[in-house]
Design a protein around this ligand. Structure first.
Ligand SMILES: [Zn+2]
Length: 364
């Protein structure tokens, strides 16, 4: 097997170099996930005061684990494939790192090593669902779990039956489907942890391109899990005027049209602004995409309403689409929290009422 030597943010890894991500590669490396890893590592550095025990349960080339080494007193890297295990060992040598390398089914490994890790990361091909229950018991109290999902078609609404069957939730295919999809993922993680009397609190959840990423803290608290039950609910959306709210409504509070619902899903905060604010200081300015992402996540962390797509808003207001930065600036001047959203280049997060948004589209 011939693998290429690849460098990512100073870490050396061995994988097949590809123009397009290829899941059939012997050792899979997806450069598009670099931003995901940048933010995950920054979150771990901010979250933990000391070096901790870290497991990457689906390690592939090992790059994520190599990059976590800065917070890892104990590092465990697991993958089922011979080629990956070879690549991980080569990478450990090249980076002068120590780790326990394991070659097992990730679910069995997670189930066997209960409460052994402060940070568990699961970045599988496709859905993280099969790993959720064993992962819920592998994390120590007040630890951190990171999950990546690439099975977007179900939760984001392209295949609503898949969403219902796998996640038990009705999705919504519209301009903010990746936010409702992300909220369905969070609900499912919350439920899996609650089954084990544990509480999952989202700290850093976002969507980018072909994946969604969830990171959150884990507590042993029935009370916490009970409290968070209030954050499981529904979302209502009016296709006529684009009104939306994180509650179950029969008709649009703005125009009276009948609404569409999604859920059950997570209706609480999806990121923690204190964490993202501290993370911003850990990400160099030159890491453009990651820097912009963490800044946007911080800005929108405390705005609960699902994001608006400016094109859809302008079209509902029957007018031309205004320049997005002007629109956000005007909204702020009127006193409403407002920011561009990480979910989309044309996305705006705000708590302003929908009729104000229509008016502003016509005025800006
Ligand atoms: Zn309406």
């Amino acid at each position: 097997m011939s693998l290429d030597e690849i460098e990512e943010r100073g870490a050396i890894l061995y994988a097949e170099k590809q123009d397009e991500p290829n899941t059939h590669a012997e050792v899979f490396y997806n450069p598009e996930m670099r931003t995901n890893r940048d933010l995950s590592v920054a979150a771990a550095k901010v979250y933990f005061d000391e070096d901790v025990a870290v497991l990457d349960a689906t390690a592939a080339s090992g790059v994520r684990g190599f990059r976590y080494s800065g917070v890892a007193e104990e590092l465990v890297l697991n993958d089922t494939s011979d080629s990956s295990v070879d690549a991980i060992r080569r990478g450990l040598d090249a980076n002068n790192l120590d780790a326990e390398v394991v070659q097992r089914d990730a679910r069995r490994l997670l189930a066997d090593r209960q409460f052994e890790f402060d940070l568990v990361d699961v970045d599988p091909y496709g859905s993280f669902l099969p790993f959720l229950d064993p992962a819920a018991t592998a994390v120590r109290r007040e630890g951190l779990i990171g999950l990546t999902a690439t099975d977007l078609a179900g939760p984001a609404g392209s295949y609503p039956k898949v969403g219902r069957r796998r996640y038990g939730s009705a999705p919504l295919k519209n301009e903010f489907m990746h936010e409702s999809g992300l909220r369905i993922y969070i609900k499912e993680v919350y439920r899996a942890f609650a089954r084990h009397n544990r509480s999952f609190k989202p700290l850093l959840c976002f969507h980018q391109g072909h994946y969604s990423r969830l990171m959150g803290s884990v507590y042993d608290s029935k009370q916490g899990a009970n409290r968070n039950l209030d954050n499981i609910g529904y979302l209502s959306f009016c296709p006529e005027c684009r009104w939306r709210r994180l509650e179950r409504a029969e008709e649009c509070r703005n125009c009276g049209s009948s609404v569409r619902n999604a859920g059950p899903l997570w209706t609480g905060r999806i990121s923690d602004s204190r964490l993202t604010s501290d993370m911003a200081g850990r990400i160099p300015e030159s890491w453009n995409e990651s820097k912009e992402l963490v800044d946007r996540l911080e800005a929108e962390a405390d705005i609960p309403t699902p994001f608006y797509d400016l094109h859809e808003l302008a079209s509902a207001a029957d007018t031309q689409c205004p320049p997005i930065d002007d629109f956000v600036g005007e909204l702020r001047e009127t006193g409403y929290p407002a920011t561009r959203s990480h979910f989309s280049h044309t996305g705006v997060k705000t708590t302003a009422p929908i009729d104000q948004l229509h008016d502003l589209c016509r005025e800006v």
